[in-house]
Design a protein around this ligand. Structure first.
Ligand code: AMP
Length: 210
């Protein structure tokens, strides 16, 4: 099963992907996590991507398509995967088609912009494994320490309020058109993101199985 999770930054794609991938036994592949790892390790890709990410802009298509292509070629992705944060432009979706990757379903997680802004200000992530937390809705058991790997949990530079607005504008301009792209192929299902992570997970699994 090859799935795409689509939605604005902070809609809950990563959190839902973590839940669903465990249930389905397929990996969740987040291009955001791959890029942050590359930045941390100061690889050539990371150095090229950093300035775009810090501004809240999209990283150029050729860079992101390259890392995604390498990632889905790995053995753990051969029985399926969830793409979290890719594609983000029509050109990326077309590149996926050209790679011969068939997508079974595209799950849009819809959350209104005003709710997104509140969520992102409280979001925290693990620097080491990328696990996602929220100061109110999903706090770590121990302050600043990742429940999964013990890594340091921090606020992302691009979750600061001034960057969030520009990321939302980018989403509406460049990524939201993908809804029409996949709707036209009969693959789009929309889930309305709920306050509770478990409630959204239930709706997400129903959308995948339905
Ligand atoms: P995310 O963790 O998905 O919110 O991604 C964080 C940042 O990484 C984004 O704001 C972009 O700068 C970059 N990024 C992640 N995925 C993509 C993508 N598919 N295309 C372009 N830029 C991306």
């Amino acid at each position: 099963m090859n799935l795409i999770f689509l939605g604005a930054p902070g809609a809950g794609k990563g959190t839902q992907a973590e839940i669903v991938c465990e249930k389905l036994g397929i990996p969740a592949l987040s291009t955001g996590n791959m890029l942050r790892e590359a930045v941390k390790n100061a690889t050539p890709t990371g150095l090229a991507a950093k300035e775009y990410m810090d501004r809240g802009d999209l990283v150029p298509d050729d860079i992101v398509i390259g890392i995604l292509k390498d990632r889905i070629a790995k053995p753990d992705a051969k029985n399926g995967f969830i793409l979290d944060g890719f594609p983000r432009t029509v050109a990326q979706a077309e590149a996926l088609d050209k790679m011969g990757v068939s997508i079974d379903k595209v799950i849009e997680i819809y959350v209104p912009d005003d709710v997104i802004c509140g969520r992102l200000s409280g979001r925290r992530v693990c620097e080491s494994c990328g696990a996602s937390y929220h100061v109110d809705h999903k706090p770590t058991k121990s302050e600043g320490v990742c429940d999964s790997c013990g890594g340091k949990v921090v606020q992302r530079v691009d979750d600061k309020p001034e960057t969030v607005l520009s990321r939302l504008a980018t989403y509406h301009e460049k990524t939201a058109p993908l809804k029409d792209y996949y709707q036209a192929k009969g693959k789009l299902k929309t889930v309305v993101g709920q306050d509770s992570i478990a409630d959204t997970a239930k709706l997400t699994l129903e959308a995948i199985e339905g």
